[in-house]
Design a protein around this ligand. Structure first.
Ligand code: HEM
Length: 127
């Protein structure tokens, strides 16, 4: 019961983070003022906090932990990388080229995280 609710929350917040990140990337590339809207600066952080919290709660429920089980260590490190690349893409990148490169790299890291989640393997593309 708790497991399926938490997993539902995890999957929902994953969909929301992806949609918001793609949307903000499009606004960033079009230099849209919508990027500065108040909700755009708040909602992603609230959502990403729930994403991380639901992931950690699921880890406790299945008794597998980051720094103990390789796939969860990989997921946590990759999540940090996704967040860092995301802030470069949306905020910190000095040039437009830098921001766009960081945005694509963040999406690749996101794909890697999903692959790790599905296979429980830190090297999902190797086998
Ligand atoms: C952008 C970040 C993340 C993405 C895209 C993501 C993606 C996913 C997906 C797609 C699943 C379902 C896998 C399946 O049922 O086949 C899942 C499950 C899970 N995730 Fe995440 N996750 C993220 C962050 C995290 C973090 C930071 C943690 C904890 C450190 C975590 C822990 C878990 C756990 C424990 C499960 C349940 C696995 C199972 O029961 O088999 N996730 N995640």
């Amino acid at each position: 019961m708790a497991y399926s609710l938490l997993k539902q929350l995890h999957l929902t917040t994953i969909a929301i983070t992806l949609i918001l990140f793609v949307l903000r990337g499009i606004w960033m590339m079009g230099q849209s003022p919508r990027l500065q809207a108040r909700w755009v600066r708040i909602v992603p952080h609230v959502n990403d906090t729930l994403l991380l919290a639901s992931g950690l709660a699921l880890a406790v429920l299945i008794k597998q932990y980051p720094l103990v089980h390789g796939w969860l260590t990989a997921k946590l490190l990759a999540l940090i990388l996704y967040i860092v690349l995301g802030t470069v893409a949306i905020k910190r990148g000095k040039t437009r080229g830098q921001r766009i490169a960081a945005w694509f790299a963040a999406l690749l890291v996101f794909g890697y995280i999903v692959a790790v989640a599905r296979t429980h393997n830190p090297l999902p593309f190797v086998g």
